[in-house]
Design a protein around this ligand. Structure first.
Ligand code: AHM
Ligand code: MG
Length: 332
């Protein structure tokens, strides 16, 4: 049976008595924007013959960089949703308070419109990540930080789109993780990966080993134990350098992904609100574990919108070993 993402969202919404349909309307803003982005990403290699960013294209419009275009597509598609009060993006220093200030504006959406965009030039997968939170009780539109600076455990939905060999949308509303592959011939996301469960153990570790001199104690021991067979097999490494693509593989195949504190980024490189949190939410929904090297990612209290965090996430077997090598405040 063919199930579109819209049908799936509506079905899911029936679990919430009294749900107004606003939430599915909100998610449809994200799916529309990501279809627009993927159409541009698919033509990115043609920029040399069709014109680079800054050039005037055949329609007389100035060509935009893809990450700017992706940001505007999401902002535009979401701004029509009156259920959204606050938007925040990696591309905007400050949160955007939606102009309508409507009473039913109950959600905040944060996103990274095009993660790994430097990979576009070399035809490597890139992605969009998003996270949705509810407006905290009694907080108005004039205090957008209060909407946004909530721990990841408060997310009510999260997901990503990977623009890879096909375009896939993976999301969760707290009821498992589901993947939808875009059928470009009809322009619809179709359910292709229902109820994704992360394998308990995988074959790969994924980390930028060039930075290993700067990792905190225990990290290199962990990697070496995987490499040398301490978990019953010798692991291979895979590192794309596009978080969404590295995560997508880890979700489907198991294993572990690490962006630890490094000499250059002592607090990690990835952003808590729109990169680590949605990924951690999906990992847990799929049966895996995500930490910052000390605590569960979803328990971290953010203090700034663009705050960074280390992120170590993966299958239960590897993550248990990680916590033996790098002791945590609580075992997860
Ligand atoms: P960006 O937001 O500048 O695109 O950087 C984020 C990307 C992630 O997709 C990826 O996991 C990481 O940077 C790779 O960083 P590094 O090149 O330091 O390994
Ligand atoms: Mg990014």
């Amino acid at each position: 049976m063919i199930v579109t993402v819209q049908q799936h969202i509506l079905q899911d919404q029936k679990r919430f008595p009294g749900a107004s349909g606003e939430f599915s309307w909100l998610l449809s803003g994200i799916t529309l924007a990501t279809k627009m982005v993927q159409a541009r990403v698919r033509r990115a290699g043609l920029s040399d013959i069709l014109g680079d960013a800054g050039d005037i294209n055949v329609q007389g419009e100035v060509q935009q960089k893809l990450d700017v275009y992706a940001n505007e597509a999401l902002m535009h598609c979401l701004s029509a949703r009156t259920s959204i009060g606050v938007l925040a993006s990696e591309e905007n220093e400050k949160p955007v308070i939606m102009g309508h200030r409507s009473k039913e504006a109950n959600y905040a959406v944060v996103f990274d419109p095009l993660d790994g965009s430097s990979n576009i030039d070399v035809n490597v997968s890139v992605g969009t990540t998003f996270s949705i939170m509810r407006r905290p009780e009694g907080v108005g539109c004039d205090e957008p930080e209060k909407w946004l600076l909530q721990p990841g455990s408060k997310q009510i939905a999260a997901g990503y789109v990977c623009y890879g060999s096909s375009t896939i949308l993976v999301y969760s509303v707290g009821n498992g993780v589901h993947g939808f592959t875009l059928d470009p011939s009809v322009g619809a996301y179709l359910l292709s990966h229902p109820n994704i469960r992360m394998p308990q153990q995988g074959k790969y570790y994924s980390v930028n080993e060039a930075y290993r001199d700067g990792f905190p104690p225990g990290y290199n021991e962990f990697i070496d134990r995987l490499r040398l067979g301490a978990l019953g097999q010798r692991y291979a490494s895979r590192y794309i350098g596009s978080m969404v693509a590295d995560f997508h593989r880890t979700l489907l195949k198991g294993g572990v992904f690490l962006y630890p504190p490094t000499a250059e980024h002592p607090k990690g490189k990835l952003r808590m609100l729109y990169e680590a949190n949605p990924i951690a939410y999906l990992v847990e929904q799929a049966g895996g574990v995500a930490t910052d090297g000390r605590r569960r990612v979803l328990d971290l209290q953010p203090t700034a919108i663009h705050q960074r965090t280390p992120l170590i996430m993966g299958s239960t077997v590897e993550m248990a070993e990680f916590q033996r090598c790098v002791p945590h405040e609580n075992s997860l």
